[in-house]
Design a protein around this ligand. Structure first.
Ligand SMILES: Nc1ccn([C@@H]2O[C@H](COP(=O)(O)OP(=O)(O)OP(=O)(O)O)[C@@H](O)[C@H]2O)c(=O)n1
Ligand SMILES: C[C@](O)(CO)[C@H](O)COP(=O)(O)O
Length: 252
């Protein structure tokens, strides 16, 4: 069984919306809901663990109760850093979960194909991450503002989520990071420190992390393109979810 942890406890500072960006609307539904419904549509996924800020736990619990089509879920409080939030999510794992995915709630455009490919690779190889080939030239710059190095682009990949792991490996990696006081910017970096191999699954550029206001415009534009509109119209789960939410908002 696959468990999915959704870190959603950020403050969304770079989005400058004055609230947690995962509650902003994208194509008529909160960003968080796009992510939860997408994973819920996959048979292999058995549970969702949604990690939000402590002050949002009750609100999200009530909100999700109105949404149809979600896999069994739990909502818990996150911590100061993304890694702390995931640490809290890991404590709730169903004992039957053999593969754990971590997916930023702020990446609502991930495709089902990418999720399935990450699950398969995590099962086979132990650890797998979604990523795209770097399109820009990347430079390492020192504190004084001078270029120190231009790493060859053919070796560079821009890393996304989902990131998937055999349960035991991810738990071991998080324990070791806690012991060493190591803070990484993704989950795979914790596994890499154990000397384990992490497989890269080629993903799509459209799997953007909604971070700054222009990302939301890009995501709206991607969802509005003809092929996507068709898919969206066909998404009864999303429509039913939004109907439930609108009723909830009217009541509260
Ligand atoms: N303490 C934190 C920080 C981040 N996240 C989550 O991790 C994902 C990726 O983080 P990021 O895009 O940096 O989100 P924010 O931290 O909200 O953004 P910012 O850094 O601009 O405040 C988001 O889904 C975010 O909600 C989290 O669960 N707990
Ligand atoms: C995990 C991640 O999405 C990979 O790109 C990313 O590192 C999370 O970003 P954050 O801004 O550090 O939360």
């Amino acid at each position: 069984m696959v468990s999915v942890i959704f870190p959603a406890a950020g403050a969304g500072r770079r989005m400058k919306a004055g609230k947690n960006k995962v509650f902003l609307e994208l194509a008529g539904a909160p960003i968080l809901l796009h992510s939860l419904l997408k994973f819920s549509s996959l048979p292999a996924v058995g549970e969702l663990i949604v990690v939000v800020a402590e002050a949002e736990v009750d609100y999200i619990g009530r909100l999700l109760a109105e949404v149809r089509g979600l896999k069994p879920y739990q909502v818990t409080a996150g911590g100061a850093e993304r890694q702390d939030s995931i640490t809290n999510g890991l404590k709730l794992l169903n004992p039957e979960a053999d593969v754990v995915l971590v997916h930023d709630a702020a990446r609502p455009l991930v495709s089902l194909e990418t999720i399935e490919a990450v699950v398969r690779a995590a099962e086979e190889k132990g650890a797998a991450i979604a990523a795209v080939r770097e399109k820009n030239t990347i430079k390492a710059v020192d504190a004084a503002g001078f270029v120190r190095e231009t790493p060859p682009r053919e070796n560079l990949w821009e890393v996304q989520t989902p990131q998937g792991f055999r349960r035991e490996l991810l738990l071991r990696a998080y324990e070791k990071a806690a012991e060493d006081g190591f803070l990484g910017t993704d989950d795979a970096s914790l596994v890499e420190r154990l000397g384990e191999h992490v497989f890269v699954v080629e993903s799509e550029y459209r799997n953007v992390k909604i971070t700054t206001p222009e990302d939301l415009l890009i995501a709206e534009a991607l969802l509005a393109c003809p092929g996507e509109r068709l898919k969206r119209t066909a998404s009864t789960a999303l429509k039913a979810a939004v109907a439930g939410l609108k009723a909830h908002w009217k009541k509260h």
